[in-house]
Design a protein around this ligand. Structure first.
Ligand code: G3P
Length: 217
């Protein structure tokens, strides 16, 4: 499973990228607003750090303007994936950009039917939002499973990009299901390293290091 990092914070992208943990980056208007930077400028900087796909989201609601925005975003760098919402206008934009050879990430997906439409429209990535479904007491991971089954049944090449990931558990569950990519905030990727038994075991080793005066350097 590929790891995309869901942020527009340059320092955090660099830190994880240096560790080989970043196969791509996803942004959205909320993350760009949080960064406090100009969308074109910060997206260009991210594209210069990361070699994998960098999702940049359109902000228009109608297909014509979305298409113009998508084409402008795609000119930033070769690794841009234009992100469009899962609306009828977004699907139209997806089809046109995909036909032009531009990567498209269709976002705000909350149902298997929506994912099926995005695949038919030629999406490179479909972004089902796990956490926001869980927030409504629905099962976000079940949606990932359903989309995996449907795409495999028919050989759709659209990549399942599990999004709105809130916990380290979501990451391993998505990997078990076979999501192609998971995008998560840096804090979640770092939390994957934590285990209470690791901490406890290390405390025990350190106590013995102190008791025996073990030194290496
Ligand atoms: O990639 C989409 C993601 O950023 C949404 O996450 O936590 O706002 O639901 P969240």
């Amino acid at each position: 499973m590929k790891f995309f990092v869901d942020t527009a914070e340059i320092d955090q992208i660099k830190e994880l990228n240096d560790l080989g943990m970043v196969d791509g980056v996803t942004t959205n208007p909320s993350l760009i607003a949080k960064s406090g930077r100009d969308i074109l400028e910060v997206t260009k900087e991210i594209c210069s750090i990361v070699t994998g796909p960098v999702s940049a989201e359109v902000v228009a609601l109608d297909a014509e303007t979305m298409l113009a925005e998508g084409r402008k975003l795609a000119k930033i760098a070769d690794n841009i994936a234009v992100k469009v919402p899962l609306t009828w206008a977004g699907l139209k934009t997806c089809k046109t950009l995909s036909d032009d050879g531009i990567m498209v990430n269709v976002t705000l997906c909350f149902s298997a039917n929506q994912a099926l439409l995005a695949a038919k429209a030629g999406a490179t990535f479909i972004s089902p939002f796990i956490g926001r479904l869980d927030d409504l007491n629905m099962d976000g991971l079940e949606l990932i499973e359903d989309i995996r089954t449907i795409y495999d049944n028919y050989g759709f090449e659209t990549n399942i990009l599990a999004a709105s990931i809130r916990s380290a558990n979501h990451m391993s569950e998505c990997a078990k299901i076979g999501a192609d990519v998971a995008t998560a905030p840096p804090s979640v990727i770092k939390a994957m390293a934590n285990h209470v038994l690791t901490d406890k075991g290390l405390d025990g080793f350190m106590a013995d290091v102190a008791k025996a005066g073990i030194k290496i350097l």
